[in-house]
Design a protein around this ligand. Structure first.
Ligand code: NI
Length: 136
């Protein structure tokens, strides 16, 4: 892909442009309209690629749970061992006296990564979580 920049013009309603400029401003000094448009296009392309269940993706699943919940840690370990081929690494942080945070890095087909994440997120006692998918 050529890295030469190509200029093109975009038409949009004034109020949408005002909101876009406010977004550009919130993103900080290093950002300008062109950089933000490029970021949005890349994000849309990655999102679309990850919608294909067969696409090869990387995922980070962040979960929060109470480690006192009965055999929850054991269940979570069990799921991860079932999918050792897709689980790249897990970081465990003790948030406070009761709560734990885990960041689980997964790799594989998007459909399978989503399925593993759903299984973990659906485990009773997992309070909160989110999967973020990306491609290389
Ligand atoms: Ni912990």
């Amino acid at each position: 892909m050529s890295q030469d920049l190509v200029r093109f013009s975009i038409a949009m309603p004034q109020d949408l442009l005002d909101e876009f400029d406010a977004l550009v401003a919130r993103r900080g000094l290093a950002q300008n309209r062109s950089e933000v448009v490029r970021d949005l296009v890349r994000a849309a392309l990655v999102e679309e690629e990850c919608d294909d269940p067969n696409a090869s993706v990387m995922g980070t699943l962040t979960i929060v749970f109470n480690h006192h919940a009965s055999d929850l840690q054991e269940k979570l370990d069990h799921i991860q061992h079932d999918h050792f081929g897709q689980i790249v690494s897990t970081m465990h942080v003790h948030l406070d006296a009761h709560n734990c945070l885990e960041v689980i890095v997964l790799r594989g087909a998007a459909g399978l990564v989503q399925e593993i994440a759903d299984r973990i997120l659906g485990t009773k006692g997992v309070k909160h979580g989110k999967l973020v998918l990306t491609t290389a």
